[in-house]
Design a protein. Structure first.
Lengths: 227, 767, 510
């Protein structure tokens, strides 16, 4: 079942002579349980594609559908509700809130939005969070602040955070770009497991070992997705 | 975005300058008003009133006094029928003046020259719509108005009950040579008391004698509105201080905002000095126009109200002199902003350039402060969500944001992460809230000044003409806190038999029923002690420790030791407060009433009915200021202007604090939006941040007002009345509500701003 | 109300404190101490240049040439005689019950019954003695009203001051007890602790013993009405003595008194004396047990009145060459060049006016006859043209070319009038008192020139009290100046020509 569907997405940055068109009618489908890797030269707009898919940035044109909900041309309020419900995002630089512990960071998505959009009851989220923390082997460092954690641990918390609301879609932007090979391998296997659980995972990367775990690899060339 | 920020910074300078302009105009106009008017009107140093006596007789006495430069005489007629323009009065005061120094200033038209002319006082002209050229009927005769005067020896009509006009003596030939008012100008006004002592020695034979020195006039005028003016002036000082704090904090955070660009400059090779110079110049350039506009706006807003207030007191505004003050204030503001920009730039450039480029705070790095960090604990049961061992302060801060680990708590922690900035914002808001609370207390005080005689030392509200035996019955009326006998005896000073005075006695234990503010000495204690009014002290040469000898009706003489001199308004200050049993022992009889003190919040009308049931017709005890609506209206306007200004300040400061927080924590906010935080959630975060600043600020503000500002301002006006500027629960609730409303407004505005931005922009920053 | 901003700790506190103190000192009106003590007005004067009631050192007053009697001569340089004059010192026992200070507020004619400086009369006299000593007169004439109330203790004080030695100004009990006390509720009296300018403790200090240097030159007294009459009006009697030495004093003004006082004759013209008030009125007021609140005072037997005989005897013992008896008419020759004739014009019956008996005129004639080639100066208290019976004496003087001047007092006012006569004329010099402003003495110096021209050079002398008013004599001068019923408004200081002048006399006939 296709959970992510993007058609003819275009995005241009800048104006006039400095205009740079990074997406020129890109199309992408990701099915549930599928892990798609998007590769390409750095600066080619891979991250932009993910941002646009999640509604973090607005495409100039094209349609995007995530888990049955439209992303393009939709009011911001509906967009955030969709994100809360359906999308988990993993960043290259982790983006953990420095003042919160790992555990609190994981619970962050459960606090936002109205209770109706959060999947399950608050108690359910809490239980899931602890499960994730245990599964990701973060029990010992759950109370630590991000600056006390290693890169791998931080990214694992980020993944737990992305999963805490049980989203059908997980988007990962260069997830191991800041990690050492060992941690990176762990993270990649986690992402593989996430896809195997039945979620649609789209991962942007420029590293071949990351592409290796994907079910499908597409290449972003000249603003279009190939492959 | 940049333009928005610049506008915001400029808005802060504007708000501060507005407050400063308002306060400065109020202070400069009001505090020097009497001196300006007295100088322009050539107010005499000594004014003496007495029963009509031959001019030659009085001249002989006054000419013999040391230090006298000039003397002039007038005859004052009271109870004259006046009609002109749109008004009339049966209690007009006509002053027949002679050529020479007059003791009043001409505001419009010209002074008296020939016969058939009159000069009217400015208050009368204003109220009755008179102009030079109009006609005035005086006791049936018609005179032409040639000028309008300002007479600073009294307040203006209608604050003064009698409208006053001047005519030439020669017009009233039939009045002969008798005068009843003498004006004396001294060569050295500072030695007026020496002249006054000699004047007493030669005043025997002048009846109903009253001396007023220039200082005494100032006190008299001050009584009418001095409480208010003193409070306003003192309050202005507070407001200016608030503005200064705000400016400093704002400039500092502006520099903080610009740290990355400073980093670039430093990386490129600019020296520290040039960076500092540039920041100072930027701050000054930003502040200069904003301050000019703000000062001008504040001055214009306050000017009308201040002028009206001064006119009611027969005082004069500073005129063009105010411009010098405003110019000075402008320079001060610009200099302050420049300095407040330079200093943090200087200290920031000590940082490594990389830190600057990172946008690093003026505090080092991004490590959250120790006191915010939850203490690491041993592993606890994973499902026990409530068992978090947060540090106490962290707990409090989180609690400010709405408890637990919620978004509000997060917001609170975000706001307080930058400790110095947080403290500066709290300080500014604290000053503003203290000012706000002070304003509310002031407003209530002004209302009570009008209605409650307690502010001139009378703590009883009603008097009833009942016999002393009824005191116990009166106290049984519900709403009555205490009742006491008050006896007033009209007597005269034993050695200056023309010197009338009033003795007022209260029963022992009820001395505090009537205790006007002390000018010198202390309250009476022993049975033979008295507190004398300033008017009596001047006339008889009394000081604490002197003896007062009174010739009572009935022939006996009473002697009292003067314990203190009080500022009493009754009977022109020719009054002495003594123990009632002393009056009894001396066989002095006078007018006895029962003074009734009400319980707080008692229904005056109900008590009045209760007194009526006992057979009395209660009357109200006189209070401090007039019920004159116009006058009080001006005061209310002044307060409102300042209140709005302060609220504006609060709003701007809050918005700025939130904007800065949002800007610095853009990545965090972007992340929250990524995980699905909509406008409401972002608002919750910002609300938490807002609360983390507002709540301590409010507490600080109340504490500052109760402990520092209220007592300081009250003591400045303490010469006039016993004042309390402590806020009531109602004031606090109102202030809290106002602050909460302002906070909500700031949160709404900033949340909208955050939301309009694309999420990815915030995410990119960390990269 | 402006508050000065606090500066950092770097400001030297000492400098700030000094500045503050200096400002306070200036604000309190503490006048700077004159580098020199007041004295001869040929060197410096005591004036109020800006009219603000504070006295300052002023410029010297040069002698004005007066040619009413004779034109200016050339170079009159030889000093024939050098006299000093002190008059109307009114040495006073201010605590005595035999006084009527409460009349003072009525204005003329009873303005002299109280003076704000009345407690320091011996100290003022002592200061005058000091400054006159500095002028080195050959002799000093003390021309009457030496005492104020004809009391024996007043005489004791006076003689102690003039002769030199310890002076005890106190009477009755210790300390001051009188109308100027702070406890007196009557604000018509200047009370130094209460009324401006405030001088705390001055009244008690005025009762303390002090030391007088005494006049160095021989001194000769004339009698005035206050030396022999109670309040200068009333002949002493056992009744008045009883009041004076009694223990009840009337300090305070009683309402009933007003009716009594309304009967007193009033006039617009102020006189330094109860001139126009009949003695009987004073007697009535003193005797009647005047209605009012009596204050208990400590009785003092020394307050009894001094008889004329006793007064003359004691003056004789102090150096005045008075004949035995109770009149003080005598002659004092100051060397071969000057004869001083002193006449006693006090009316023993009572009354402030002067009176001259025919026997005294005869005495004057004898004195003139025996004068030889001496110049003659006549000295009396009232001035012969204001003395009943003085015309006869004046006729004698008018005819005598040797008479150069008549010195008198009593009016408390400086005045110099030429008296033109067929014999050439002489000068009538009246000197102001030490009781009222200007509180000055006088020097008179007879000089002759080689061309026979003669002149009397006269100048006034301020007493040595400090200008800042901190010492008792200075305080006395300060209050005398401020007194609104005293010498300043009544212009007792006269015009310049009445003070410092060179009075040209007709030249000596060879």
């Amino acid at each position: 079942m296709t959970v992510v569907r993007a058609r003819a997405v275009t995005k241009t940055f800048g104006t006039g002579r400095a205009a740079r068109t990074v997406l020129r009618g890109a199309d992408l489908d990701v099915a549930a349980g599928e892990l798609v890797a998007v590769v390409g030269r750095s600066g080619s707009g891979k991250s932009t594609l993910l941002h646009v898919l999640a509604g973090l940035d607005r495409a100039d044109s094209g349609t995007i559908e995530i888990a049955g909900g439209r992303v393009d041309g939709v009011r911001d309020a509906k967009l955030t509700a969709l994100r809360a419900r359906a999308i988990g995002f993993v960043f290259q630089f982790f983006h953990l809130v420095p003042e919160l512990t790992g555990e609190e960071n994981v619970l962050l998505p459960t606090r936002v939005g109205s209770p109706l959009t959060a999947r399950g009851s608050a108690n359910g989220s809490l239980r899931r969070a602890h499960e994730l923390i245990d599964r990701l082997d973060l029990r010992d460092v759950a109370r630590s602040l991000p600056h006390e954690l290693s890169g791998g641990e931080q990214q694992r918390f980020a993944i737990a955070r992305a999963l805490v609301n049980d989203p059908p879609v997980v988007l990962a932007d260069e997830p191991i770009g800041n990690l050492d090979p060992v941690s990176g391998a762990v993270v990649l296997s986690l992402l593989r497991g996430v896809a195997d659980e039945g979620r649609a995972v789209a991962m942007v990367t420029h590293q071949p070992e990351a592409a290796a775990i994907a079910d499908r690899v597409v290449r972003l060339e000249d603003g279009r997705l190939v492959g | 975005m940049r333009r928005g920020r610049t506008l915001l910074a400029a808005a802060i300078v504007f708000a501060a300058a507005l407050v400063a302009g308002t306060a400065l105009t109020a202070a400069v106009s009001l505090s020097g008003g009497f001196e300006r008017a007295a100088d322009r009107a050539d107010l005499p140093d000594l004014i003496v009133r007495f029963d009509a006596t031959a001019r030659g007789d009085v001249e002989r006495r006054l000419a013999a006094l040391p230090n006298v430069e000039t003397t002039r005489y007038r005859t004052e007629f009271n109870g004259v029928w006046l009609q002109g323009g749109g008004g009339r009065a049966t209690n007009g005061a006509v002053h027949a003046v002679e050529p020479g120094r007059r003791g009043y200033a001409i505001a419009r038209g010209r002074d008296l020259r020939g016969s058939g002319e009159t000069v009217v006082e400015a208050g009368v002209a204003r109220e009755w719509g008179l102009e030079p050229g109009d006609t005035l009927s005086i006791a049936g005769g018609r005179l032409r108005i040639v000028g309008v005067s300002i007479s600073p020896d009294n307040v203006a009509y209608p604050l003064a009950k009698a409208p006053r006009v001047y005519v030439d003596r020669r017009d009233l030939g039939r009045i002969g040579d008798d005068v009843n008012l003498a004006l004396a100008w001294l060569r050295d006004p500072a030695r007026a008391d020496v002249t006054l002592a000699q004047a007493r020695a030669v005043s025997f034979g002048l009846d109903d004698l009253r001396f007023i020195t220039r200082d005494g006039v100032r006190v008299l005028i001050g009584q009418a509105a001095g409480i208010v003016i003193a409070l306003l002036v003192a309050f202005s000082l507070v407001a200016v201080t608030t503005a200064g704090i705000m400016l400093g904090a704002s400039a500092r955070s502006e520099v903080a905002r610009r740290l990355p660009s400073i980093g670039v400059q430093r990386a490129v090779g600019f020296s520290r000095a040039s960076v500092v110079r540039e920041q100072a110049a930027r701050g000054a350039l930003l502040a200069a126009p904003a301050a000019a506009v703000g000062l001008a706006a504040g001055a214009l807003a306050m000017r009308g109200a201040a002028e009206r207030l001064l006119a009611a007191l027969n005082e004069i505004g500073p005129g063009a002199g105010l411009l010098w003050w405003l110019a000075g204030a402008w320079l001060a503001i610009v200099a302050l902003v420049a300095a407040a920009s330079a200093w943090p730039a200087w200290s920031a450039t000590r940082e490594p350039i990389a830190a600057l480029l990172r946008g690093g705070e003026l505090a080092v790095g991004k490590r959250p402060r120790r006191w915010l960090r939850p203490r690491p604990t041993s592993p606890s049961p994973p499902h026990n969500a409530g068992n978090r061992r947060l540090s106490t302060v962290s707990r409090i801060v989180s609690a400010l944001g709405g408890g637990g680990g919620g978004l509000g708590a997060l917001g609170a922690r975000l706001a307080s992460a930058r400790r110095v900035r947080w403290a500066a914002t709290v300080a500014v808001l604290g000053a503003a809230s203290a000012t706000l609370v002070l304003l509310l207390a002031l407003a209530s005080l002004l209302v009570s000044l009008r209605d409650d005689p307690g502010t001139v030392g009378k703590t009883y509200a009603l008097t009833a003409n009942l016999p002393p035996s009824a005191v116990a019955e009166v106290e049984r009326i519900p709403g009555v806190a205490k009742a006491a006998e008050r006896t007033a005896v009209e007597a005269s000073a034993a050695f200056s038999l023309g010197q009338p005075l009033r003795l007022v006695g209260f029963a022992r234990g009820a001395e505090d029923f009537e205790a006007p503010p002390l000018a010198e000495g202390r309250r009476r204690r022993a049975a033979d002690e008295a507190e004398v009014g300033v008017g009596l002290a001047d006339a008889l040469g009394l000081r604490p420790g002197s003896r007062l000898a009174v010739a009572l009706p009935g022939g006996r003489e009473g002697r009292f030791r003067v314990a203190g001199v009080v500022r009493a308004l009754e009977n022109d200050g020719r009054i002495a407060y003594v123990r009632e049993d002393r009056l009894d022992a001396l066989g002095a009889s006078g007018n006895t009433v029962v003074a009734v003190r009400l319980e707080r919040g008692a229904d005056r009308a109900a008590v009045g009915r209760g007194l009526g049931a006992l057979g009395a017709r209660p009357s109200e005890a006189a209070a401090a200021t007039t019920r004159n609506r116009g006058f009080l209206g001006v005061l209310a306007t002044v307060l409102r202007i300042v209140a709005v200004t302060v609220a504006l300040v609060c709003l701007v400061v809050l918005a700025q604090a939130l904007v800065l927080t949002a800007r610095e924590r853009r990545p965090t906010l972007a992340l929250l939006r990524t995980v699905g935080a909509g406008r409401a959630s972002i608002a919750r975060v910002l609300a938490g941040a807002c609360a983390a600043v507002l709540v301590p600020a409010a507490l600080l503000g109340v504490a500052v007002e109760v402990l520092v500002l209220g007592p300081a301002v009250a003591s400045l006006a303490a010469g006039y009345a016993g004042l309390s500027l402590a806020p009531t629960a109602g004031h606090l609730a109102l202030a809290a509500g106002a602050l909460a409303a302002l906070g909500a407004a700031a949160v709404a505005v900033v949340a909208r701003r955050v939301e309009r931005e694309a999420v990815v922009a915030g995410l990119r920053e960390e990269a | 109300m402006k508050r000065r901003a606090r500066r950092g700790a770097a400001t030297p506190r000492g400098a700030a404190t000094l500045t503050l103190l200096a400002t306070l000192a200036a604000a309190c009106g503490i006048e700077e101490r004159a580098p020199q003590v007041p004295g001869s007005t040929l060197r410096a004067t005591v004036v109020d240049p800006d009219g603000d009631g504070t006295l300052e050192r002023g410029p010297a007053e040069r002698l004005v040439d007066r040619t009413d009697l004779a034109p200016r001569g050339r170079g009159a340089t030889r000093e024939v005689a050098r006299l000093g004059q002190l008059t109307d010192s009114h040495v006073r026992d201010e605590e005595s019950p035999a006084r009527v200070p409460f009349l003072d507020r009525l204005g003329p004619p009873v303005t002299s019954t109280f003076r704000p400086q009345e407690a320091v009369s011996p100290q003022v006299l002592t200061a005058a003695v000091r400054s006159l000593n500095a002028e080195r007169p050959q002799a000093v004439l003390v021309t009457g009203d030496l005492l104020d109330n004809a009391q024996r203790n007043e005489l004791d004080q006076l003689l102690a001051v003039l002769a030199g030695g310890p002076v005890d100004p106190n009477s009755g009990g210790g300390g001051y007890r009188g109308v100027q006390a702070a406890s007196n509720p009557d604000g018509s009296f200047y009370r130094p602790s209460v009324d401006a300018p405030r001088h705390r403790g001055v009244l008690n200090r005025a009762q303390e013993q002090f030391f007088s240097p005494g006049l160095r030159a021989p001194w000769y007294a004339a009698l005035g009405n206050h030396d022999l009459l109670v309040q200068g009006e009333l002949a002493p009697s056992p009744r008045t003595d009883a009041i004076a030495t009694g223990d009840e004093a009337l300090f305070t003004f009683a309402p009933e008194l007003r009716g009594t006082l309304d009967d007193l004759p009033r006039s617009d013209e102020a006189t330094p004396d109860l001139r126009d008030v009949p003695p009987e009125e004073i007697e009535r007021l003193l005797e009647r047990g005047v209605p009012g609140r009596e204050t208990r005072v400590a009785p003092d037997a020394a307050r009894r009145s001094v008889s004329a005989r006793e007064l003359v005897r004691r003056l004789r013992a102090a150096g005045t060459p008075a004949p035995p008896g109770d009149r003080l008419d005598y002659v004092a020759d100051l060397g071969p060049r000057l004869r001083v004739v002193v006449l006693d014009t006090v009316n023993r019956e009572g009354g402030a006016e002067g009176v001259l008996l025919p026997a005294q005129v005869r005495f004057l004639a004898r004195a003139l006859r025996r004068a030889g080639t001496q110049s003659v100066v006549v000295v009396d208290h009232h001035g012969l043209d204001r003395t009943r019976g003085g015309d006869a004496a004046l006729r004698l003087l008018d005819a005598d070319r040797r008479v150069v001047a008549e010195l008198s007092g009593d009016t408390h006012r400086h005045a110099i009038r030429p008296r033109r006569t067929r014999a050439g004329g002489f000068w009538q010099i009246t000197t102001a008192s030490l009781a009222d402003w200007p509180q000055q003495g006088r020097m008179v110096r007879l000089v002759e020139g080689p061309d026979g021209s003669r002149a009397l050079e006269t100048w006034t002398v301020d007493h040595a009290g400090g200008l800042d008013g901190q010492d008792l004599a200075g305080f006395g001068r300060r209050m005398a100046f401020l007194d609104a019923q005293g010498g300043r408004p009544q212009r007792f200081a006269g015009a310049r020509r009445d003070r410092n002048a060179r009075l040209w006399l007709p030249p000596r006939r060879p």
